[in-house]
Write a protein that binds this ligand. Structure first.
Ligand code: DQA
Length: 148
C-alpha cells in the first residue's frame, strides 16, 4: 500500500515552533518514526511538506497518477481556510486521515472548524507527534479491511 504523508504550512518548523503547543519533535523525527512503522507493515511512504497551498493541491492531484492508495494529511492552518484543498481531495477520491498535533477543539474558535473532517475517513488530534503513527496504523487497518 502506498501512502502519501502531506504536511501544510509552518510544520517544517516543528521542534522549535511553539513547543508548548506542538511539542519538541521535529518533522524529520516524525517521518523517521513513521518509516520504522511502515517497514513493519510493508507500506511505501512518500513525504511532502509545503508552505504553499497550490503546491499541496498539486501533490494531491498527482497522487492519482502516482498510484497513492491513502493520504495522511495535516493541512495546518489551511485546515480552517482551504476549500481548494478540500476540492482537490474530493476530486481524486483517495481516502485520507486528517491529523493535528494539538487538540484543535480546545483552542481558539477559528480553529474549531475544519474543511476536511466531514470528508475524512477519520480525524486524529491532540496526541502530538504520535498522532501521525496512530494515523498510519489506522490507514493500514482501513486499507487491509477494504482490500482483502
Ligand atoms: C495544526 C493546528 C492548526 O490550527 C495550526 O494552524 C497548525 C497546526 C496542528 O497540527 O495542531 O499549523 O494543524
Amino acid at each position: 500500500m502506498r501512502i502519501l504523508v502531506l504536511n501544510g504550512p509552518n510544520l517544517n518548523l516543528l521542534g522549535q515552533r511553539e513547543p508548548a503547543q506542538y511539542g519538541n519533535t521535529t518533522l524529520t523525527q516524525i517521518h523517521e518514526r513513521m518509516l520504522a512503522l511502515a517497514e513493519e507493515f510493508g507500506n511505501d511512504l512518500t513525504f511532502y511538506q509545503s508552505n504553499h497551498e497550490g503546491d499541496l493541491i498539486e501533490q494531491i492531484q498527482h497522487a492519482q497518477e502516482n498510484k497513492i492508495d491513502f493520504i495522511i494529511i495535516n493541512p495546518a492552518a489551511y485546515t480552517h481556510t482551504s476549500i481548494a484543498m478540500r476540492d482537490a481531495l474530493l476530486a481524486v477520491g483517495i481516502p485520507f486521515i486528517e491529523v493535528h498535533l494539538s487538540n484543535i477543539f480546545q483552542r481558539e474558535p477559528f480553529r474549531q472548524h475544519s474543511y476536511f473532517s466531514d470528508i475524512a475517513q477519520g480525524v486524529i488530534c491532540g496526541f502530538g507527534a504520535h498522532g501521525y503513527e496512530m494515523a498510519l496504523i489506522a490507514a493500514h487497518h482501513e486499507f487491509s479491511q477494504t482490500n482483502q
